[in-house]
Design a protein around this ligand. Structure first.
Ligand SMILES: [Zn+2]
Length: 80
């Protein structure tokens, strides 16, 4: 008597693939930030005026951005 069961159980398999990306969090090496020339310390990066010299601005296409306080500086286009 109506012993039909639509016994279709679709099991959704979730495969969790662990993708290993070779890149871990990139830390900025001080060597690339500072440069010493003739006993003078030269900074290759722009620093944030709000956070101080210890915080560097990330260089984007046309602007510098501070990830700490959100300070943004647009690059000036030099037109001659
Ligand atoms: Zn800042």
């Amino acid at each position: 008597m109506g012993g039909q069961e639509g016994g279709r159980k679709s099991k959704i398999r979730k495969r969790e693939r662990k993708q290993r990306t070779g890149k871990k969090h990139l830390t900025v090496k001080p060597n690339s930030i500072y440069k010493v020339e003739g006993g003078k310390l030269i900074r290759n990066r722009k620093t944030c005026p709000r956070c101080g010299d210890g915080t560097f601005l990330a260089h984007h296409k046309d602007r510098y951005y501070c990830g700490r306080c959100g300070y943004t500086v647009f690059e000036k286009k030099q037109t001659q």
